[in-house]
Every structure is written in C-alpha cells, then in structure tokens.
Design a protein around this ligand. Structure first.
Ligand code: R5P
Length: 288
C-alpha cells in the first residue's frame, strides 16, 4: 500500500516530506485546508500535535476527514502531544471530561480503518476512551542514555500518577532508588507537596509527562531541597512552550538541567538549561 504523510502546521518543525496539503485561514480567521494529492487506496499518516491554539486540533480533524473522504484505505492520526487528555475525569463538580470529547471528535471523522498513535499520554485512564486502535509510544527511551549507569541518583515521581512512570524509568536505567511525592492540586491550579514515599540522597531525577505551568516541578524541587537534595535533573516528554512554566523552571537555581522533546514545536529562545531531544527517530519508526 502506498504510504502518504500529511503534516499539519504544528508538525512543520519535524521537516517530514509531506504530501501537498494547503493549510491557511479564511479572511475571518477560520481554518482552510485542501489536500492536493490523490489518496485513493493509500495508507495515510496525518501528523500534528493538538496543543493550543485550538486551530491545531481543527487542522487535524479536517485533514483526517478529508483524507478519509478522498478514499484513503487506512488513516492513522499521529499526534505527538495529545492535548486535553489530562481532563480524563471530573476532578471538580461540573468539569468537562474533555479527553473523551476530543477522542470522539477524531473518531467521528476517521473512516472505517482509522487508528491513532500518540506519545506518552497522560494516564492509563485516558486510554479507556478510545474505541479505535490506539498506541501509546514511549518517548522516555530518548532520555535513557543521559542517565544510564548513574548510581547515586534517586528517580522521583512528582505525584502518585507519575509513580509507575518513575518506577519503569528507574528499572530501564538500572536504578533502585525511587521516591514518590504526595501532591495535591487545588481547583485554582495551585500545587502543594505534602509528603514523600521513599528516601532521597543528594541527587535526583524527577520524571514527569509534561511541563505546563511548571508548578508541579517547582514545588517538587522546593520540597526536595528541604529534604537535602542539591542536584535536581528533570525529564518530561512534553513541554507546553506557550506558557511561562519552562522559563520559571529554567530560571530556578534548584534545577540543574531539564530534558524534554519537541512533541510541541519549541520556540526560538529556549534557555540553555533545557535540552530538547527530537522525536524524529520515533516518528520514522511509526511510519515504517
Ligand atoms: C499531572 O498529573 C501531570 O502529570 C503533570 O505533573 C502536570 O500536568 C504538570 O503541569 P504543571 O506544569 O502545570 O504543574
């Protein structure tokens, strides 16, 4: 089957060789999209993250729908950063469960042979919303070589949800020391760390799925400093570059280095303390 890759605007930084898809804006700002290739019988990969602005999501929906309508035999949405999956339950009364809503939208347009691939989605709970085949590819593997062989480091999960992530990563790089923090997030988004399960030495690596406001990792770093830690590394697959979270973390004296990836296109002025590892090799495997 002929394989065709289509990239939305949010995937341009991967420099993939995309088939012709014209994306623009109508005069009023609405998204316009046209696929200028015959897709009949082809296996089509539509690549793009769906982080804000919401136009990224619309481009993805329109591209999937158009590819299916043009007769693609199989359509795969490759969504390196699958936004909204943190809203996977009603945390506070009246919250929208946006994870389920977004998945329903994509599935509604994908056609009879549709599947979705993403990287390090927020939680196992989010997987339950998918009705079409879904794969969650692990990009933390890209961080392994940075830490493999270290002996005097503790791997820290900044909250209960990150516990299994921390355990898995520690096992892969051969570390036995793990600690999990007790985190609470209030309805206004503020974060409180109130305890720790496990012990830490002087050096830690905090593993999380995402840096957004930076509050989780800042509070975790402050807490760990009080416990005597003086060297903090951070690894998080996704960084939401739109906010100031990454800047605040990079400016913190507590944090020595941050490793992340380009699942969301990074800005030009990324602080030196942040090392961005490209997910390009993972994308190539998905297409092969
Ligand atoms: C929470 O459950 C997630 O794993 C992240 O810790 C969190 O979403 C990061 O967000 P922020 O940087 O805004 O604290």
């Amino acid at each position: 089957m002929q394989k065709v890759i289509l990239t939305t605007e949010s995937a341009k930084h991967f420099s993939l060789s995309s088939a012709r898809m014209n994306i623009g804006r109508f005069p009023g700002g609405e998204v316009s999209l046209a696929i200028k290739e015959g897709l009949s019988g082809a296996e089509v990969f539509v690549v793009g993250s769906i982080n804000a602005p919401a136009e990224n999501l619309l481009e993805m929906v329109f591209a999937i729908d158009t590819a299916a309508r043009l007769g693609a035999k199989k359509v795969t949405a490759v969504i390196p950063y699958f936004a909204y999956l943190r809203a996977d339950r009603e945390k506070f009364p009246g919250d929208s469960v946006s994870a389920g809503t977004i998945i329903k939208m994509l599935e509604a347009v994908g056609g009879p042979n549709f599947n979705i691939v993403s990287l390090n989605i927020h939680s196992p709970r989010a997987k339950e919303f998918f009705k079409v085949p879904f794969s969650d590819v692990d990009a933390e593997v890209l961080f392994e070589e940075k830490f493999i062989g270290l002996k005097d480091i503790t791997i820290v999960g900044p909250d209960e949800g990150a516990g299994s992530r921390a355990r898995d990563f520690a096992r892969k790089i051969g570390i036995n020391n793990i600690a999990i923090l007790d985190k609470e997030r209030a309805e206004d988004g503020s974060v409180k760390i109130s305890g720790i399960l496990g012990a830490v030495g002087k050096k830690v690596l905090i593993i999380d799925d995402i840096i957004d406001s930076g509050a989780t990792l800042l509070k975790a770093s402050e807490f760990l400093k009080e416990k005597g830690v003086n060297e903090i590394y951070i690894a998080a697959v996704h960084t939401v570059w739109r906010g100031e979270g990454f800047q605040k973390l990079a400016e913190s004296d507590l944090v020595k280095k941050i490793y992340t990836t380009d699942t969301i296109a990074p800005p030009d002025n990324v602080p030196e303390k942040i090392e961005i590892i490209s997910i390009a090799p993972i994308l190539q495997k998905i297409f092969s």
